[in-house]
Ligand binder design. Structure first.
Ligand code: GTP
Ligand code: SPV
Ligand code: MN
Length: 581
C-alpha cells in the first residue's frame, strides 16, 4: 500500500507537470536495466565498451548546463532576512507561482519517475527521507547510486508524511527558465530547467546541505560540505577526520589518499567525499555520518598516480558525465594516462589531441558506488557514525595561507573556518574570477542566514565536551612561476600525521599570530621532493599580508551584517592585535 501523503503529493504534481505516464521506482536491478536500455534508445545514455568498462554508461548534458548555477539558486523563506545576505531570495508565493508556470505541462510526452530515497543508512535515527519526482532517467540512475533508493525508502517512511518533497523537471533546459528553489519552511525543493548533477540530484546539495542545514539548526546538529576519512596509524588506532574544502578543492582525493612509500604503516579508510552530518554524541564528542552512498566526483586530474583508489572504484557500474569518448568506446579526460589521438569530445564533436580544445569538460564527473571503493571503511554504514578528532578547512590559495595551521580553540577555529577563501574552479558556472570568501566551504549551501549559521557553529562548540580540533590546510600554494610548491595528493598524509599528533595533545608546534604551525623539521619529509626554501615559505606567516587579509575579512563581515556573532569580530581584532605585536 502506498503512503497516502506521498500519493496525494504525487497526484498533485502529476496534475501540474502532465506527464504521459507515472512510474514508481523500486530500486531493483531489473528496473535499472530496463531504464538503462530505454535511455540508450533515446540517446540520453551511451553504452561504453562493456568488456573494458562493465556496467558503465556515458551521459552528455546540454552545453549550457555543465555545473551548478548559483545565481539561479534561491532560498525561499517567508522573511528575506531568514535567507540572509549570502543567498538569493524569493518569496515562497512568488517562487511557487513563477516555477508553476514553467512546470505546467513540462512533462507532456514524457514519463514522470517517482524516486523515494533515504539520506543516511537504513534504520538509522539520523536519516532523512526524500521523494524526488523527475522526468530524467539519468537522474533516477544517479540517485540509485548516490542514495538508498526505492522500496527501502518507502518502507523507512512508513505511513508518515515526514519527507522532503523534491520536484525536478528538465523542462526545455533553457537557462532563462532554470531555477533551483528551496522552501525550507515547507520541506520542499523545486528544480527546473537543468540536467546537471548538483542542480538535479536533489538529495545531494539541495536536501543534504541546504535543507538539512536548516533542519540541523532547529534540531541541534550540522550538515556540512565535508569529506570523511579514517587514518589508521602504524599502531592500529584509527583517527577520524572531516575536511571542508570548496567544490573541486580536493575532498574526493583526500578521502581516498594512498600513503607514500615512506609512510607504509599508515592506512586510509574512506567514508565519504562530499557531505557530512555531524551530531553531538553522549560522550560529548562530535560524531559524523556520510548520508550518501556514492561519489559524484571530478574526473579531470584523476589518474592512477593522483588517485589510484578512485580509478579502481570507477572501473565498473559507473555513470560518466561530459567526458571524452575514445574510439574503443572507453573514457578519457585531461590528466588521465594514455591520451588518445582522437575521440568525440564532451560536446559530441570530433576531437583530436592537437586541437587545443578540452576533450572532457573541466567539471566532468563520475557517479560511482562507495561500495566499490577499495579503501571503503567498514564503518560507512554504522548508523551512529564515527567520532571526529579533527576538522580541516581549506581552499585554493596561491598565496598567504600556510600549508597547515591549527586554531587556538573552538571559537578561533570557527573564525578561521568562517573567513576561509578560495580561488574559483569549474564546479560553478557563474563568472567568478576572483578569490572569494567561502565560509566553511558552505557559501553556496547554507540554507539560512549565514550570521545564524556562524552562531550555530559557536553554540555547537559550547555543547561539545571534547570538541575536535580545528585546522586550516592549503595544498595549493604556488611559486613565482605558478607551480604548486607542495606535491599534494598522497603526500598530504605527511600533514595529516602532524594533525592527528596535535589532535592527540602532542607538541611539535610553534605559535604564530594566526595559529600553531608545525615546528621546523617535525613534518616527515622522507622521500618528498620539496626544497628547504619552499618548505620554509610553505610554513611561514607574513604579518603584513595577514593584516591586509584581516582588513578584507572586515569587508566580508560587513556584508554579513547585524547577525554576525560578536565573537567573530572579537577574533578578528585579536588577530590584528597579535599581528601588530
Ligand atoms: P566537489 O566534488 O566539487 O565538491 O570537489 P572535491 O573537493 O571532492 O574535489 P576533488 O578531490 O575532486 O579535486 C578536484 C581537483 O583538485 C582535481 O582535479 C584534483 O586532481 C585536484 N587536487 C586534489 N587534491 C589535490 C592536491 O593535494 N594538490 C593539487 N595540486 N591538486 C589536487
Ligand atoms: C560541488 O560542486 O561541490 C559538487 C558537485 O560536489 S555538485 O553535486 O554538482 O554540486
Ligand atoms: Mn561538493
Amino acid at each position: 500500500m502506498v503512503n497516502k501523503h506521498v500519493l496525494a503529493w504525487v497526484k498533485e504534481m502529476e496534475g501540474l507537470c502532465k506527464p504521459d505516464r507515472v512510474v514508481w521506482c523500486d530500486g531493483s536491478k531489473e528496473e535499472k536495466e530496463r531504464l538503462t536500455k530505454e535511455a540508450f534508445k533515446t540517446g540520453e545514455l551511451i553504452e561504453f565498451n562493456q568488456e573494458k568498462l562493465p556496467g558503465c554508461v556515458f551521459h552528455r548534458t546540454a552545453e549550457n548546463d555543465v555545473a551548478r548555477t548559483e545565481h539561479l539558486t534561491f532560498i525561499c523563506t517567508s522573511k528575506k532576512e531568514d535567507a540572509g545576505p549570502t543567498n538569493n531570495w524569493m518569496a515562497p508565493v512568488d517562487a511557487y507561482s513563477k516555477l508553476s508556470g514553467i512546470f505546467d505541462g513540462a512533462m507532456r510526452g514524457r514519463t514522470m519517475y517517482v524516486v523515494p530515497f533515504i539520506m543516511g543508512a537504513p534504520g538509522s535515527h539520523f536519516n532523512k527521507i526524500g521523494v524526488e519526482i523527475t522526468d530524467s532517467i539519468y537522474v533516477v540512475l544517479n540517485m540509485r547510486i548516490m542514495t538508498n533508493m526505492g522500496d527501502v525508502a518507502m518502507k523507512a517512511l512508513g505511513n508518515t508524511g515526514d519527507f522532503t518533497k523534491c520536484l525536478h523537471s528538465k523542462a526545455d533546459l533553457d537557462i532563462n527558465r532554470r531555477f533551483i528553489c528551496h522552501f525550507p519552511e515547507d520541506n520542499t525543493i523545486w528544480s527546473v530547467g537543468s540536467g546537471y548533477g548538483g542542480n538535479v540530484l536533489l538529495g545531494k546539495k539541495c536536501l543534504a546541505l541546504r535543507i538539512a542545514s536548516y533542519m540541523g539548526r532547529k534540531e541541534g546538529w550540522m550538515a556540512e560540505h565535508m569529506t570523511l576519512m579514517g587514518i589508521e596509524k602504524p599502531d592500529g588506532e584509527i583517527i577520524y577526520v572531516a575536511g571542508a574544502f570548496p567544490s573541486a578543492c580536493g575532498k574526493t582525493n583526500l578521502a581516498m589518499l594512498i600513503p607514500p612509500e615512506s609512510m607504509k604503516g599508515y592506512k586510509i579508510w574512506t567514508l565519504g567525499d562530499d557531505i557530512v552530518w555531524l551530531r553531538i554524541g553522549k560522550d560529548g564528542r562530535m560524531w559524523a555520518i556520510n548520508p550518501e552512498t556514492g561519489f559524484f566526483g571530478v574526473a579531470p586530474g584523476t589518474n592512477k598516480k593522483t588517485n589510484g583508489n578512485a580509478m579502481r572504484t570507477i572501473s565498473k557500474n559507473t555513470i560518466f558525465t561530459n567526458v571524452l569518448l575514445k574510439e574503443d568506446r572507453t573514457v578519457w579526460w585531461e590528466g588521465l594516462e594514455d591520451k588518445p589521438e582522437k575521440g568525440i569530445d564532451w560536446k559530441g564533436d570530433q576531437w583530436n589531441s592537437y586541437s587545443g580544445k578540452p576533450g572532457a569538460h573541466p567539471n566532468s564527473r563520475f557517479t560511482t558506488p562507495i561500495s566499490q571503493c577499495p579503501t571503503g571503511s567498514p564503518e560507512t554504514n554504522n548508523p551512529e557514525g564515527v567520532p571526529i578528532s579533527a576538522v580541516l578547512f581549506g581552499g585554493r590559495r596561491a598565496k598567504l595561507a600556510p600549508l597547515v595551521y591549527e586554531s587556538f580553540n573552538w571559537q578561533h577555529g570557527v573564525f578561521v573556518a568562517a573567513t576561509m577563501a578560495s580561488e574559483p574552479t569549474a564546479a560553478i558556472s557563474d563568472e567568478v574570477h576572483e578569490i572569494r570568501r567561502d565560509p566553511m566551504a558552505m557559501l553556496p549551501f547554507i540554507g539560512y542566514n549565514a550570521g545564524d549559521y556562524f552562531k550555530h557553529w559557536l553554540d555547537m562548540g559550547k555543547k561539545l565536551k571534547n570538541p575536535p580540533k580545528i585546522f586550516h590546510v592549503n595544498w595549493f600554494r604556488t611559486d613565482g612561476e605558478g607551480k604548486f610548491m607542495w606535491p599534494g595528493f598522497g603526500e598530504n598524509l605527511r600533514v595529516l600525521e602532524w594533525i592527528i599528533h596535535r589532535a592527540d595533545g602532542g607538541d611539535r608546534a610553534v605559535k604564530t599570530p594566526i595559529g600553531y604551525v608545525p615546528a621546523r623539521g617535525v613534518l616527515n619529509l622522507d622521500g618528498v621532493n620539496v626544497s628547504a626554501g619552499d618548505m620554509e615559505k610553505l610554513l611561514s606567516v607574513d604579518p603584513k599580508a595577514w593584516i591586509a587579509e584581516a582588513e578584507s575579512i572586515k569587508g566580508f563581515f560587513d556584508k554579513i551584517g547585524g547577525k554576525l556573532p560578536k565573537e567573530l569580530e572579537d577574533e578578528r581584532k585579536a588577530l590584528v592585535g597579535r599581528l601588530k605585536e
